[in-house]
Design a protein around this ligand. Sequence first.
Ligand code: ATP
Ligand code: MG
Ligand code: FE
Length: 334
Amino acid sequence: TTILAIETSCDETAAAVIENGDTIRSNVVATQMESHARFGGVVPEIASRHHVEVVTAVVEEALEKAKVTYQDLTAVAVTEGPGLVGALLVGIHAAKAIAFAHGLPLIGVHHIAGHIYANQLVAKLQFPLLALVVSGGHTELIYMEKDGQFQVIGQTRDDAVGEAYDKVARALALPYPGGPNVEQLADTAEATLDLPRSWLEKDSYDFSFSGLKSAVLNRLNNDKQRGIVTDRAALAKGFQESVVDVLVAKTVRAQAQFNVKQVVLAGGVAANKGLRKALTEAFANKDVTLLVPPLSLCTDNAAMIGACAHSMWLRGIAGNMAMNARPGLPLSSF
Ligand code: ATP
Ligand code: MG
Ligand code: FE
């Protein structure tokens, strides 16, 4: 199969051509980061407009780089949700137009399922598996008994981990997007400011990061009031260590309880080197394969959407021209 995939759920306009669900023929991402940076976050209306401006060129570039034409395609896939409604609509309309013009099946993909299936581009997924999804809007532990089945066993009760990174970045006066900048600052630290870890109930796989975020803000405010110069790098490091400790410990416990042989990392925060390293170490001496996507497949891209669409296509799942943007689309099995 040769699938053209389009992703426009947030601030990346992306298109990719994926062969047989595991081979990247092309993977084009046009980021709008700079347009949003001066606002400190994604402005939905600006995002939609940028998508409209570049989506056609991005799709054409993906086809060109893959050296395929519309006639070579098996199907067109697109992110159906969750995401910003106006942003999603641009990708969906582009995909519909292509599907209609060339008589191709149209496959609507869940953005988070896509993040998980990014790992299918790294190695063959082996079920049952456990996925740790850490992104700008999601923090979830997902048990997959088989291909296309998602059981959320734990999730954040307040902030997503990427959201916490972005808010802490703002408090530390670091530019958007926050995650990579907090990590960079933490890397320069010579000390660590110890911050609390939020474990919740003993047997819970849920997460909570708003308390940790408040601890960072309080520290900055208290220091300021007392005229103390905060060691910002040490604070960033303390924040990151707290986040990583909790994520890794819960993933390790879930792996043991559900007895999975494969653990996959997914979502934008999976780009975090500290998290990647800690997870790698945690599973190093266990009979477990840990899959970690390359950085370019962690943050939003269309290759992951194509990989997931392939799995859906194999099971005969396709949408139709009535497809609409679903900003709050729940993760359901397929
Ligand atoms: P969702 O996937 O939940 O819909 P999203 O698509 O906006 O949300 P992603 O693009 O998957 O999120 O991830 C973006 C998030 O990842 C941002 O919050 C960003 O700060 C964070 N992030 C990116 N790189 C790093 C890093 N190196 N360390 C920590 N966080 C990071
Ligand atoms: Mg993004
Ligand atoms: Fe995402």
